[in-house]
Design a protein around this ligand. Sequence first.
Ligand code: ADP
Ligand code: MG
Length: 586
Amino acid sequence: MAETLEREKKEASEHQADSDSTADLTDGFHLLIDALKMNDLNTIYGVPGIPITDFGRLAQASGMRVLSFRHEQHAGNAAAIAGFLTKKPGLCLTVSAPGFLNGLTALANATTNCFPMILLSGSSEREIVDLQQGDYEEMDQLAIAKPLCKAAFRVLHAEDIGIAVARAYRAAVSGRPGGVYLDLPAKLFGQVMDAELGKKSLVKVIDPAPAQIPAQSAIDRALDVLKSAKKPLIILGKGAAYAQCDDVVKQFVEASGVPYLPMSMAKGLLPDTHPQCASAARSLVLKESDVVMLVGARLNWLLSHGKGKQWGEPGSKKFIQVDIEPSEMDSNIEIAAPLVGDIESCLSSLLGSIKSADVAQPPAAWIDTVNEKRSTNLKRMAQKTGSDTTPMDFHGALGALKNIIEQRPETILVNEGANTLDFARGIIDIHKPRKRLDVGTWGIMGIGMGAAVAAAVETGHPVLAVEGDSAFGFSGMEVETICRYNLPVCIVVFNNNGIYRGTDTNPTGGPDVAPTVFVKDARYDLMMQAFGGEGISVESRDELDAAVNKALDSGKPTLINAVIDENAGTESGRIGNLNPQSVVKK
Ligand code: ADP
Ligand code: MG
């Protein structure tokens, strides 16, 4: 009896000693969680698996939000959009090799779009990978990530986790934002170190995206060019939306009196219904303006590189460009007044000068010309968007959605497709900043559900995802994710039975259908029902209107299969010119 008691006492004290000793220790798992939380990075989008499964669990247990997807690319797209919406790097967590590669597509896309994100990926053991001895999911991930993102780091020692997170954070958000890769070999997570030393190794990042103040000489040069204009134009890009200095942008545009064009994700910085908005006179202002001021917009393919027919006579314009990235200047054509700095600092400074130096308003003749064109085009468009045919055409269906967004301006619109994208961009007015998320700089398909999840999670606002049937297919399985987290997302699939149109046939008469068509009369709404969400198929404008309003009122995950005339739609939407077509007849 005494002996048993003695043994039990001994065991109890050994146990105590054990837990005392681990109480003084920490490990890679906990250090990474603590480092992220210390920097207010509290949400992770990812897919669990070896070697990061327990990391996700522990992160959730620590109070972080951990959202699991069905495919890493969509988790990555969610992280990128979280970065765009919050100005903090969105986090994506993936397993090694194939999971990493899936996430990498999103990281490259984030970098291309100047969205801050960090891809945290588990990886195999360095010793085995470097000798190419065939580890589980072996891949030299750091080397592969490097050319596709803004910065890439590997952490080998637990005591370096704090510094690594700080470096990744700064690299993602400072200067021109972008994607950062953080390579985390499996062994790192289990590495143990003294808890007190571990705590001291963490870094709270101070002022991660420092203001970049423009030189006064650059401000003066920009003002001189602006003052010389007879037909000025401002182009706002998604960099201006990202900068979150909405009041300064609005005040500057209004004080200048200059007509402006918003690029697609800059729509809503000022409401699209603003009297200075020249979207409905786009061709005219691009062609006829004499001074163009770019604010957080690049002269890439989306603006025909600043040259060509669309831009009128060669040499007929001077450009002012406001951008945080010095090497963006002269990327495609000469910039007469480069203004390098962050948008808030640059526009605040210009605004002060405009007010005090009395920069004249643009000549009335120019404003009248723009307004005339604008009202003619708006009238023409209103006729088309009034369309009420069954099956619906793009204009009628989008006309209904335009009215809904007008009544519910808080709603975030996610938009991808070919025709569905091009028409929606022109038809649906956006009324508030950062309420339109779309295919971005690459014009890619597949961002839809990732963007929808992040928009709902980061803002708490309802989301309306307007998707071509083809575009939806790239991320469609994530409807399960949307149901699982019960997110206020309403997806409308514009179903015209195929890519561009549903009418192509196989000229050989063989058994395969044409490469651009899908199963006819598919019921995408049933996919949502499979996971407990609401699903409905609609054929008329009234039915669509009622279904979307119901979904947005209820906040329940909903998928509306909107039947669109399969003859509606054009090849490649508005970028048919980029799609080579054979002229050889065989
Ligand atoms: P869009 O596609 O809408 O035309 P782009 O992605 O081409 O926009 O351009 C965005 C630009 O904004 C990039 O050149 C980027 O360097 C710049 N940018 C991003 N954030 C800021 C900021 N805070 N201040 C200044 N420029 C910024
Ligand atoms: Mg289609």
